[in-house]
Design a protein around this ligand. Structure first.
Ligand code: FES
Length: 225
């Protein structure tokens, strides 16, 4: 049997008249006769809705811009034929213009410096060394200077040695490289990749991004780089 107090409460609730839908009947401040919602409540709702819509108009494009590349297909470069193997000696670089992104004209072309790899290492065992001319500082085109056996960047004075390692100026990592293969006596270029200060391969990064130590976590690779 339920306690006596519960019975009293239920009886009181049952006796209560239903709430009026009119704000004036409920005694709400600022209410007028015949209103079911006060003007203040109505305007608050309108302002909140407008604020939400305005926020979404800013937030959605920004989100799309930030997350869109995650859903894009990364273009896997097909092998590029750059010439017969005997065109590339081991003691100097031969520049070659290659198309890395087809269908966008001159913008899709880049210059690659190629030489025979006479000193393969566990990190770099490719038959040829193919070094990108994109400076690892801000992306200016570097130039190979034979007399100094070095790459020089004209923009901010970045310098790199024969292996593409930084020897001076603001660049934050060695020059990027390309995979190389030999097919039917010809040198073929594969995908571009970045290297750390030990010349170990790391995922391709944009210019200006560090790839050593904790920096590789702070600068994660962009999926479509
Ligand atoms: S872009 Fe090459 S040093 Fe700045």
């Amino acid at each position: 049997m339920p306690p006596e107090t519960d019975t009293k409460t239920s009886s009181a609730d049952a006796a209560k008249p239903p709430k009026s839908k009119f704000t004036a009947d409920r005694g709400w401040p600022g209410s007028f006769e015949g209103e079911t919602v006060t003007r203040r409540s109505f305007m608050t709702g309108v302002a909140l809705t407008a604020g939400g819509v305005a926020s979404m108009m800013f937030a959605l494009p920004a989100l799309g811009f930030a997350l869109g590349p995650l859903f894009e297909k990364t273009n896997h470069i097909s092998l590029l034929d750059v010439g017969p193997v005997d065109e590339f000696p081991a003691d100097t670089f031969v520049p070659q213009v290659v198309t890395t992104t087809a269908g966008i004209g001159e913008v899709g072309k880049t210059l690659v410096y190629i030489r025979k790899n006479d000193n393969p290492t566990p990190e770099q065992s490719w038959p040829f060394v193919a070094i990108s001319n994109r400076c690892a500082h801000l992306g200016c085109p570097v130039r190979y200077i034979e007399a100094a056996k070095s790459f020089i960047c004209p923009c901010h004075g970045g310098t790199y040695n024969f292996e593409g390692e930084v020897t001076g100026g603001p660049p934050v990592r060695p020059l990027d490289r390309f995979e190389t293969y030999v097919q039917n006596g010809r040198v073929m270029l594969g995908a571009r990749f970045s290297v750390n200060s030990q010349l170990e391969r790391v995922p391709t990064r944009d210019p200006g991004e560090h790839v050593d130590g904790v920096w590789q976590v702070l600068y994660p690779p962009r999926p479509t780089t």
